[in-house]
Design a protein. Structure first.
Lengths: 385, 402
């Protein structure tokens, strides 16, 4: 058993921190970045590519680095610590892994080199208005035509879907029931294909998303990612990988927020003394620390289990991790704001930004109730590896 | 012991409810009820309607427009107002500077300010906190120096709520730096915001809206007569003001309104083959908050009844109203956030009108837009008005005798 990073992983961590840290340590600069272009720094994105981050999860044959969940964890933690805005989660972790695990040779050859060099970004158009957190609730459908399929339906809250050049869209190709895990197929389409319209919006945590409509979008048979009607399994696997990734991001954000809070407690004076001299605040800081370390441990568990071939085990483990992360993120976020007093609720100070991101992470890919139900149905946690 | 309202009190409640429903414009109440903010004009409009009917300052002394209502009637009035999603009369006017002037001001000050305060002809803001003086308010540094018939004020205030809309600010300023105790050399002074040397900078809060400000005073000159009460005894005014909030600090009516809305909406939020309301886990969370709220309502009524029977004597139970009231308000915003789920992610400018038919668009649900901003914004209620940590310190000392 080894919880230490390898030398290479440590080097990776240091170089990402050097990249992201200075880009986002100034909130004024961060705001300016949000307001321009796609809402993140394209210049920084090409530096992610130079560092090899955008090639990380792909196999070496496809032009990648064959990085696993631990490498993803290193990157996502740094993104969390630095409040970075780049669409690494949407484009590399989610869309990248869909292509890695489900892409045909042709798709991989056409897309992965461009994703790796930073020129192509892909988003996953999946969640629908009625679906809430149910991964298999897909009402969008793809009808067989002579030369392929025609896609019809509406997708909501597509992360980073506003500026991606390609989309992977889930659609129902068979089965009568809207919520059947069987009968879902994924398709790779150009985001500007005829029939696609996007309405983009800023997100609460300063990133961007889009609502995307597919009105009779024609795609050839070769656009299928994965196996016809078996997209459900692929989606479930990749969302588990994505959950491990946001767990890491949350740990990164909590680490910075906790450090920021400790620093504040030691420097802010009221009643002639640092407020950190009040024992009640020390205990709050200790509880934050405990929540953070519990989350960190569960994130290691998540990273380990994200590659498991047993879908049931994987699901249960990732759901358990998400519950722990949600609980920790809520406590650490809310407490940090409280301990800062007024400055904690402003946009002019970093604590509030971490709090907002941590809040949004709690509902990403399923809230606490959702994942608790999964763990419960799986029989609890005692009999796991 | 009889916990029920008397028939007269029930009649009074119905009268209040009808008044608010029939007189405060529905669009204002709907907007507030859906978690959006009202603008200055709407706020003023609402308070003026209440004032016309004698309902803006019923708690004031009768000679200045009060109604001589019992504490229970005042409680019912407040709860019905919040429960019907009406903007409450601006607290800086009706619960802060107004009562202070009524209690400490000269006859001339009362005649000059009170009618305008009640009718919100002047919008007031509260200039107490400073960058270095939050919980430790008495360490404030803004100073006022007497020069002939004028005060010359220098310093900085912060967290000034809605100062960007204000015509006047009431300021705590240090007037005797040599006083033995920090509380002793402070005065309560009224400042016209248009006076040269006053600068206001809005601060954006984490819900994206602008609600508080920094206010600078750079050689601001106001008449000596703008002092309220005795020079160097401003702390008495401040204490009176801060202790004056007991009747509606818990905001029970507002929490009830939010819970009612959650119950209603959750029935139509799709989840699985049915609605979110089908989830027992979710319903139990709603019930748990409602139970806490019921207990708080009973506590509040105990406090109100004791006030009726024993006058304004401090009641130990009253000290928990702020802590529990703020926690419950926050819990209701958490439920709304959970209900919005993935659709809370999209950010819309909360001042922007939501077009008719917005619900047809695929990015979510109109009501979900305000879920995250309200949750973010309501972190403030355990920070301001004496943080919950400070409240606990007070209870530990004053009630538990530590
Ligand atoms: C939205 C908002 C609106 C406001 N509106 C106004 C307004 O209109 N006018 C105005 O004058 N002020 C206003 N305030 C200011 C408010 O009263 C202060 O924020 C509050 O008093 C806390 O002060 P602070 O922010 O400086 O935090 P600090 O006092 O620095 O407190 C930081 C943390 O330390 C804790 N702490 C401090 N002392 C102790 C102690 N002795 N023991 C244990 N814990 C302690 C606090 O509870 C808090 O968690 C507003 C604040 C907010 C957030």
């Amino acid at each position: 058993m080894d919880f230490e990073y390898s030398d290479e992983q440590r080097m990776l961590k240091d170089s990402i921190d050097r990249l992201i840290g200075p880009a986002y340590d100034d909130l004024g600069k961060r705001k300016a970045t949000q307001a321009q272009g796609p809402g993140f720094s394209e210049e920084l994105w090409s530096k992610y590519a130079e560092l090899g981050l955008t090639a990380l999860p792909f196999s070496e044959e496809d032009g990648g680095f064959g990085g696993g969940p631990v490498e993803t964890m290193v990157v996502m933690e740094a993104i969390g610590r630095g409040l970075a805005l780049e669409p690494y989660l949407a484009s590399i972790v989610i869309a990248g892994n869909l292509l890695r695990l489900g892409g045909t040779a042709g798709q991989r050859e056409a897309c992965i080199p461009k994703i790796a060099d930073g020129s192509l970004r892909v988003a996953f158009a999946h969640v629908e208005r009625q679906a809430r957190y149910d991964l298999f609730d897909v009402g969008t459908h793809a009808k067989k035509t002579d030369h392929g399929y025609t896609i019809e339906g509406d997708k909501s809250v597509v992360l980073s879907g506003d500026s991606a050049q390609k989309l992977i869209v889930s659609a129902r190709t068979s089965s009568a029931s809207r919520r059947d895990h069987h009968g879902i197929t994924l398709f790779l389409v150009d985001a500007d294909a005829p029939g696609i319209s996007r309405r983009d919006f800023p997100t609460q945590d300063g990133q961007r998303g889009a609502a995307i409509s597919f009105a009779g979008v024609d795609v050839p048979e070769s656009a299928i990612v994965g196996t016809l009607d078996h997209g459900g399994e692929l989606i479930a696997h990749v969302i588990d990988i994505a959950i491990a990734a946001v767990c890491s991001e949350a740990v990164g954000a909590m680490t910075s927020l906790h450090a920021l809070t400790l620093d504040y407690l030691k420097t802010r004076k009221q009643f002639g003394v640092p407020i950190g001299s009040f024992q009640v605040l020390q205990h709050k800081a200790v509880d934050m620390f405990t929540a953070l370390e519990q989350a960190r441990s569960m994130t290691y568990f998540a990273a380990m289990m994200a590659t498991s071939d047993d879908p049931r085990e994987r699901r249960r483990a990732l759901s358990a991790a998400k519950v722990q992360i949600n609980n920790s993120a809520k406590f650490v976020g809310e407490t940090a704001v409280q301990l800062h007093g007024g400055i904690g609720v402003t946009m002019e100070y970093r604590a509030g930004h971490y709090f907002k991101r941590l809040t949004m992470i709690q509902s990403l890919f399923g809230d606490t109730d959702h994942h608790m139900r999964i763990v419960d149905h799986a029989g609890g946690m005692l009999e796991t590896v | 012991m009889d916990l029920r309202f008397t028939p007269e009190e029930v009649a009074f409640r119905d009268q209040m409810r009808t008044f608010f429903r029939e007189n405060i414009p529905a669009d204002i109440r709907n907007r507030l009820g859906s978690g959006r903010h009202v603008n200055k004009e709407e706020w003023v409009e609402s308070q003026r309607i209440m004032n016309r009917h004698g309902y803006a300052v019923p708690h004031w002394p009768v000679e200045y427009g009060g109604r001589g209502w019992s504490p229970i009637q005042l409680y019912i009035y407040n709860e019905e107002m919040m429960s019907e999603n009406c903007p409450t009369p601006l607290p800086f006017n009706t619960h802060m500077v107004g009562p202070v002037i009524a209690a400490f001001g000269t006859e001339a000050q009362k005649a000059q300010y009170l009618p305008r305060i009640a009718n919100i002809d002047d919008w007031w803001c509260q200039g107490f906190s400073e960058p270095g003086a939050g919980s430790d308010l008495a360490s404030l540094k803004t100073k006022a120096v007497r020069e002939g018939e004028e005060w010359v004020i220098n310093g900085q205030k912060t967290w000034t709520t809605l100062g960007q809309w204000a015509d006047w600010i009431f300021v705590l300023a240090r007037t005797n730096p040599e006083a033995r105790k920090p509380q002793e050399g402070i005065s309560f002074i009224l400042v016209d915001m248009k006076t040269p040397g006053v600068t206001v900078r809005p601060i954006q809060l984490i819900d994206g809206d602008y609600e508080v400000n920094e206010v600078w005073f750079d050689d601001v000159r106001v008449p000596y007569g703008n002092l309220v009460g005795t020079e160097n005894r401003g702390w008495d005014c401040a204490k009176f003001l801060l202790g004056n909030e007991r009747s509606n600090i818990a905001r029970i009516g507002a929490s009830k309104a939010r819970l009612r809305r959650i119950r209603e909406i959750a029935r139509s939020v799709p989840a699985g083959d049915g609605a979110l309301w089908d989830s027992e886990a979710f319903r139990h969370k709603v019930a748990a908050v409602e139970i806490e709220l019921k207990a708080l309502e009973m506590t509040q009524l105990r406090v109100v009844a004791a006030e009726r029977d024993h006058g304004n004597k401090p009641n130990p139970a009253s000290s928990i109203l702020k802590i529990k009231g703020s926690e419950i308000q926050q819990a209701t915003t958490e439920l709304a956030l959970q209900m919005a789920g993935p659709f809370a992610l999209a950010y819309h400018d909360s001042n922007e009108e939501i077009p008719e038919g917005r619900n047809d668009l695929p990015d979510g649900f109109g009501w979900a837009d305000t879920a995250a901003p309200e949750y973010f914004n309501y972190r403030k209620v355990s920070i301001y008005g004496g943080s919950n940590e400070i409240q606990r310190n007070i209870i530990a000392k004053a009630v538990l005798g530590f």
